[in-house]
Design a protein around this ligand. Structure first.
Ligand code: HMG
Length: 445
């Protein structure tokens, strides 16, 4: 059987923007550098009043289907990954399919539709489902449409408010893909955790500091589990390592620990020994505390080395280009990290066909997953078709007072009327409520 992977990708950002250092920081009384340097964020995307997870997902999917010349007949399943759903029974994929049926000839009656939930890792899990469906030979030659769509809002005043975002990523999963082929090897780190959850509530209950530690712990387990099936990893083996990016500062922490793990027992550790010593070994320390202190000291020194900084600039920094401008898109986040890296490779005219990506997904609650992907022959054409920079450029720049209203409009418990900030054109828009409480949508020419 030929390989299975991501054949095409489209990204749709919410059409509003909150400038974090310029607009948010002064209102909060914060130093703008907390955002740009600490968290690594410049702006967050928000949905306009007529946008939501359905319109953003349907708009991304429509662009993807048009660009690839697809009809509903070509799609055998539609899986939506989201943690912002507004219906506990009817999946978002049915709403999105309904939207697409307004503009494409034919229908999706034959397509298996579902909704995946496991915080931010659900987008990757939906890709897995599609992969397994195709590998099992149940797809009848059809491709799967996977849509990761979220409006990531936190309670006003929550520390997470700095890391909000909204947007959708549509991906076509198919045999003989044009963009990346997925490895069958995967590693998991999964554990019952209460770091970030939404027990029947719209805004998350978050233990922010702990969530950072849980992310790192589960990611480490996933990497070890991945190595148990794929063999030991080496930093030079991967051209990029896109990771779930709630904010770039989180990935900065994860990358350093990942690098330390990967260089252990390699020529890189040896080469660095004169400068920063060898990594501490647990068996050489008398107590666990002594070992942990030594590891911290080594890691701090590693961060400043030329080798690490060059690897980070090459392998990690490019994955953050889009996140920096749009914030956390939850289920879509790791998928914009992959797109950002490939986009940078295209801009830098890199020859990366056949190169490998190490992809780390994460969802609170909590689970990390790691696999690798191989860049395919058609990657340049696929990435050249993205217009995320133009979309970001076109966003309406909110004042703080406008941001407060937008937050209220998207709060399910509030009923406020706010004028739209942008004009919908050639896109799906929210069109009010139906008689059974369903949300309705129309295509605006
Ligand atoms: P906070 O307390 O507002 O920020 O919350 P802080 O004081 O920790 O500062 C943040 C960073 O900026 C720190 O860097 C500061 O030092 C630095 P660090 O020490 O950690 O490297 N800083 C500055 N740097 C330069 N100049 C300055 C300056 N001031 C400060 N002047 C927190 C931060 C992440 C806790 C908060 O934003 C939060 O709760 N976010 C939401 C939770 C989250 O994103 N967690 C991430 C891991 S969990 C995850 O990824 C899953 C998730 O996506 C959900 C899902 O799976 O569904 C969230």
């Amino acid at each position: 059987m030929t390989g299975v992977g991501i054949d095409a990708i489209e990204i749709w950002t919410g059409k509003l923007k909150l400038d974090l250092p310029g607009t948010f920081a002064p209102e909060k009384g914060d130093d703008p550098a907390k955002y740009t340097k600490g968290l690594g964020l410049h702006a967050s995307s928000f949905p306009d009043t007529y946008e939501d997870i359905v319109t953003m997902g349907a708009n991304a999917a429509k662009r993807l289907m048009e660009r690839k010349g697809l009809t509903p007949e070509d799609i055998g399943r539609i899986d939506v990954a989201t943690e912002s759903a507004f219906d506990n029974s009817k999946p978002v994929s049915t709403y999105i399919a309904g939207c697409l049926e307004q503009v494409f000839e034919g229908d999706f009656r034959h397509a298996n539709k579902g909704e995946r939930k496991f915080a931010c890792v659900a987008g990757t899990q939906s890709i897995d489902d599609a992969y397994n469906w195709i590998r099992a030979g149940r797809n009848r030659g059809r491709a799967a449409l996977v849509i990761a769509t979220d409006t990531a809002l936190y309670e006003r005043g929550d520390p997470g408010e700095a890391t909000q975002g909204a947007g959708a990523v549509a991906m076509l999963i198919d045999e003989d893909p044009s963009l990346v082929e997925l490895s069958p090897e995967q590693g998991y780190g999964s554990m019952d955790e209460t770091d970030f959850l939404k027990p029947n509530q719209q805004f998350p209950s978050v233990d922010g500091k702990r969530s950072v530690q849980v992310y790192l712990a589960r990611m480490r387990e996933a990497l070890t589990d991945y190595e148990s099936v794929a063999g030991k990893t080496h930093p030079e083996e991967y051209v990029f390592a896109p990771f779930h990016t709630p904010f770039p500062g989180m990935v900065r922490k994860a990358a350093l620990l990942g690098y330390r793990h990967m260089i252990r027992d390699t020529e890189i550790e040896e080469a660095l020994a004169d400068e920063i010593g060898m990594q501490p070994r647990e068996e050489e320390c008398e107590t666990e505390e002594e070992y942990l202190d030594a590891v911290r000291e080594y890691t701090d020194a590693l961060k400043g080395t030329e080798q690490y900084r060059a690897w980070y600039a090459r392998t990690i920094d490019p994955t953050l280009d889009i996140s920096r401008e749009v914030g956390n898109w939850y289920t879509g986040s790791v998928h914009i990290a992959r797109a950002a890296a490939l986009k940078r490779a295209l801009e830098d005219d890199m020859d990366i066909e056949g190169a490998k990506l190490l992809v780390g997904s994460y969802g609170s609650g909590a689970q990390a997953e790691i696999h690798h992907e191989t860049v395919q022959e058609g990657w340049q054409e696929e990435i050249a078709a993205l217009n995320i920079d133009e979309q970001n450029e076109r966003r309406y720049d909110l004042s703080f007072a406008e941001y407060e209203k937008v937050h209220q409009v998207h709060n399910h418990d509030e009923d406020v009327e706010v004028e739209e900030f942008t004009v919908p054109e050639d896109e799906f828009a929210f069109d009010g409520w139906g008689r059974m409480g369903e949300r309705k949508y129309r295509y605006v020419e």
